[in-house]
Design a protein around this ligand. Structure first.
Ligand SMILES: Cc1cc2nc3c(=O)[nH]c(=O)nc-3n(C[C@H](O)[C@H](O)[C@H](O)COP(=O)(O)OP(=O)(O)OC[C@H]3O[C@@H](n4cnc5c(N)ncnc54)[C@H](O)[C@@H]3O)c2cc1C
Length: 387
């Protein structure tokens, strides 16, 4: 039987960076992935938005780490992963949204984030062609950005292989063996592997894997659609989030940006939400989001849409991730429930979990880290987790 210090289940947005930083700590790591290659779960569904400007301290800390990683990738590794430091902009048309965004600015600034309220004239410069009717202003955080999930995944894969990480593709973990309250081994459809520690990074399927370890993880798949246009001349720097609901009642907030290759890439939060694992596209998505895009930036009316898709957010009840050591069984770690922000949290989660497993403490402040424990009390979801 092959034997490893750590087995990571899932070669996705979270599992890949975790494997890389674990190997960096000198541990022998194996990644087991049921797909044929890396990033074939929800990683490839993400549109690549990456921001640290959250309202939750743990998410801020995780994404501050991730942004350091994304923004320095080319210098560090000599590979272009499509990093575009265009910032995030939330244009505001409602008094209630203005209040919500202004209320969290002190907390965000307290964590050193570069974000400010801008008046309507400034927002019109930041989002050229934005609909000026009723525009009150908005927030802008120029240090956030976008990056390609597929390029990041394939680059992490090469880095992992260079560090000696073993990948077992097209193998699904079906059973986890415990002895005297401790994780001992995992069984896949093809092989058995023994391990000192097991990291559940199974994304939207984390709950099923949790069951085989005897714990109930509160992560449910929540289905969201996205789409991409043919490339057009670059004119939009930031990723834009519109907090309003669609006039046809089919969506709440929506967000979009122009990536480093000129493609417009966009998503919305459906209303009502679609829980479950259905990933076929709905015919209502394109007409509905198309209308929203053109209402907000009328010059987008001639955009040629290439394709759309549907993927799964790994949702937790409170919209925050679960990154933690499990007490029973011993040797089990969780890096799950990253909701609609798992790609941007990936490197930050990976760095924290690697320190937790190798040195028994996270990278961030313990007090903040506790808030993303499996053992916290889960309140109801914040809308922020959905954008
Ligand atoms: C339309 C859309 C747009 C999005 N946009 C963004 C965005 O702009 N920014 C952002 O940060 N996030 C975004 N997200 C969310 C992001 O895609 C997810 O939060 C993230 O990919 C979750 O990462 P993960 O590693 O937990 O899961 P995944 O990336 O899905 O990785 C989990 C892996 O585990 C494997 N697996 C599961 N069970 C087993 C098993 N038993 N054995 C072996 N392998 C197993 C799966 O095959 C999968 O490859 C978006 C999501 C969607 C759907």
């Amino acid at each position: 039987m092959e034997s490893y210090d750590v087995i990571v289940v899932g070669a996705g947005s979270v599992g890949l960076p975790s494997a890389y930083y674990l190997a960096g700590e000198g541990l022998r790591v194996c990644v087991i992935e049921k797909g044929p290659s890396v990033g074939q779960g929800q990683n490839k569904a993400a549109i690549g938005g990456a921001r640290a400007t959250h309202s939750d301290p743990a998410k801020i800390r995780l994404c501050q780490e991730s942004l350091k990683v994304f923004s320095s990738w080319k210098q560090e590794h000599g590979v272009d992963v499509g990093w575009k430091k265009g910032g995030y902009c939330f244009p505001v048309y409602r008094e209630s949204d203005e209040k919500t965004l202004k209320d969290i600015l002190p907390l965000q600034k307290g964590f050193g984030l570069n974000i400010n309220w801008r008046d309507a004239d400034e927002i019109r410069k930041i989002i050229p062609g934005v609909n000026p009717n009723g525009l009150r202003g908005g927030t802008y955080s120029p240090d956030d950005g976008q990056v390609s999930p597929l390029l990041v995944a394939s680059s992490y894969y090469s880095l992992c292989v260079a560090k000696g990480v073993r990948f077992a593709f097209q193998e699904e973990v079906v059973e986890v063996t415990r002895s005297k309250g401790k994780i001992k081994a995992v069984r896949t459809n093809l092989n058995d592997y023994s391990c000192g520690a097991l990291l559940n990074a199974a994304g939207a399927h984390a709950k099923g894997l949790g069951k085989t370890c005897g714990i109930d993880i509160p992560v449910v798949p929540d289905s969201h659609e996205g789409g991409v246009s043919a490339p057009v001349k670059m004119f939009l720097e930031p990723l834009v989030v519109d907090l309003r609901s669609g006039s046809d009642g089919k969506s709440s907030n929506f967000y979009f940006g122009q990536n480093s290759e000129g493609h417009f890439i966009f998503c919305y939060t459906p209303s009502p939400l679609f829980l479950g694992t259905e990933t076929r596209s709905l015919s209502e998505f394109m007409p509905s989001i198309g209308r929203r895009l053109v209402d907000l930036i009328p010059r987008l009316r001639n955009l040629l849409i290439r394709r759309c898709w549907r993927g799964l957010y790994p949702m937790t009840p409170d919209g925050n991730p679960i990154v933690c050591k499990v007490n029973d069984p011993e040797g089990l770690f969780l890096a799950v429930g990253t909701c609609g922000q798992g790609f941007m949290m990936g490197p930050g989660v990976g760095k924290n979990i690697a320190k937790l497993i190798s040195a028994s403490h996270p990278l961030m402040e313990e007090e903040i880290f506790k808030t993303i424990s499996f053992y916290r009390t889960f309140s109801s979801a914040s809308a922020e987790a959905l954008r």
